[in-house]
Design a protein around this ligand. Structure first.
Ligand code: LMR
Length: 401
């Protein structure tokens, strides 16, 4: 049966992590997968997560199945965090037009969204930015949807190619879905300004194109509330919208696989139908979700003291990432790098699109044991004062030719 099976290519993100592990160079630097590291290069469990787990040890009385859509308390906690804008999203909640289900991470949410769109015939094509997270196209194709792209980045300036993006979005057929990154675009770190979000929202709303927002980095860009502004702006013009959020990064719950999928519908009766279809898709996929991570999130967000400490922890992650961006630019300037690298400090979130091409990214790996993705994406959250010089030397050398 399996003799003719061809091996799959290695994963462009997680596959490189394997290569990194096998590299014998002691000073090697891993800037591949999007995982936050502290100043010592570790990915620690957040203090509030430890405290919530201690609480849960005392209070959780069963490991019996959760409902198909997850615990209702988690649904409310997610909506309070992601959809409570005092504006159009709050209105959708109050009118019973917002449905949220527990998903296995952000990826699980995207896949369930894809399955919902295909199995109901609601849409056949998802438009993704070029470039985007390496897994987006695979997730939607695996769900049986078509995938098209719209331009996003001006590769010369390292900034948003807004004009080209807008022109392409004007041609997206009504009834298609456009995937947008709510904040901290992965892989570029380049986000639209609030004014540009308004233009995008008005365009999609006027064309009956539904936004699907991948929202995996809330709090790591401008702030927890500020990063959700894009969702509110979109909901102001688009009566239907999909949001996939993840707690991998802002709670450091990577291996617990905690995320959620929310669908905003035009009417309460539509939301009820969507809710039932989501449950049917989930039942046929993982039946009902793992809930330990969801319990952690619910506990932290529901306790004012833990919540305020969580906000502090997110702020300190955000601040460290920002300061590493600044230090990198300074270190490059000290080494006489003449190209304009200020875009590195303007980009938001964990990733910097370094401007390296494939050859240069490979030289970084082969000659300096500095691992970035072939696309040139670099996990800024992996830079420390310890590995900064090695990284800056390597970048300066490959850019010098
Ligand atoms: C990343 O982009 O590195 C993260 O979202 C992790 C992943 O699953 O690829």
């Amino acid at each position: 049966m399996f003799e003719k099976v061809e091996p799959a290519p290695p994963d462009p993100i997680l596959g490189l992590g394997e290569e990194f592990k096998a590299d014998p160079e002691p000073a090697k630097v891993n800037l591949t997968v999007g995982v936050y590291r502290d100043g010592a290069g570790e990915t620690p469990i957040l203090d509030v997560v430890r405290d919530a787990e201690a609480k849960l040890l005392e209070t959780v009385a069963t490991k019996s199945y959760a409902p198909i859509a997850g615990d209702p308390g988690y649904e409310a906690a997610v909506q309070d965090l992601v959809l409570e804008d005092g504006g159009p999203l709050s209105a959708a909640r109050a009118e019973g037009r917002a449905v949220t289900v527990d998903t296995a991470g952000g990826t699980g949410g995207l896949r369930i969204a894809g399955e919902l769109l295909r199995s109901t015939g609601a849409a056949t094509t998802v438009w993704i930015s070029d470039p985007t997270w390496e897994n987006h196209a695979s997730v939607f194709r695996a769900a049986g949807l078509g995938v098209s792209t719209y331009p996003y980045l001006d590769r010369t300036s390292g900034r948003l190619a807004f004009g080209e993006m807008f022109e392409a979005l004007e041609k997206v057929p009504s009834g298609d879905v456009v995937l947008l990154h709510g904040c901290c675009h992965n892989p570029t770190g380049v986000d639209p300004s609030p004014a540009q979000w308004h233009e995008i929202a008005a365009l999609l709303g006027s064309r009956d194109v539904v936004p699907l927002v991948d929202f995996a980095y809330q709090g790591l860009g401008r702030g927890i509330t500020e990063d959700a502004e894009s969702l509110s702006i979109l909901a102001g013009s688009c009566p239907e919208m999909i949001v996939c959020n993840s707690f991998s990064k802002n709670f450091g719950l990577y291996n617990e696989r905690v995320g959620a999928l929310s669908v905003i519908c035009s009417e309460k009766s539509v939301a009820e139908a969507v809710s039932s279809r989501l449950k049917a898709v989930i039942r046929a996929t993982w039946s009902n979700p793992p809930v330990h991570g969801a319990h952690i999130v619910t506990t932290v967000l529901g306790d004012p003291e833990l919540r305020s400490r969580w906000e502090d922890e997110v702020r300190s992650m955000r601040d460290r990432i920002r300061s590493m961006r600044r230090l990198l630019v300074e270190a490059l300037e000290e080494r006489g790098v003449t190209r304009d690298v200020r875009y590195l400090v303007e980009q938001q979130g964990m990733f910097a699109y370094s401007g390296l091409d494939v050859e240069q990214a490979r030289r970084l790996r082969d000659e300096f044991a500095v691992y970035v993705l072939d696309s040139g994406r670099m996990n800024v959250a992996g830079i420390t004062t310890e590995n900064l010089d090695r990284l800056a030397d390597a970048l300066a050398a490959v850019w010098a030719g």
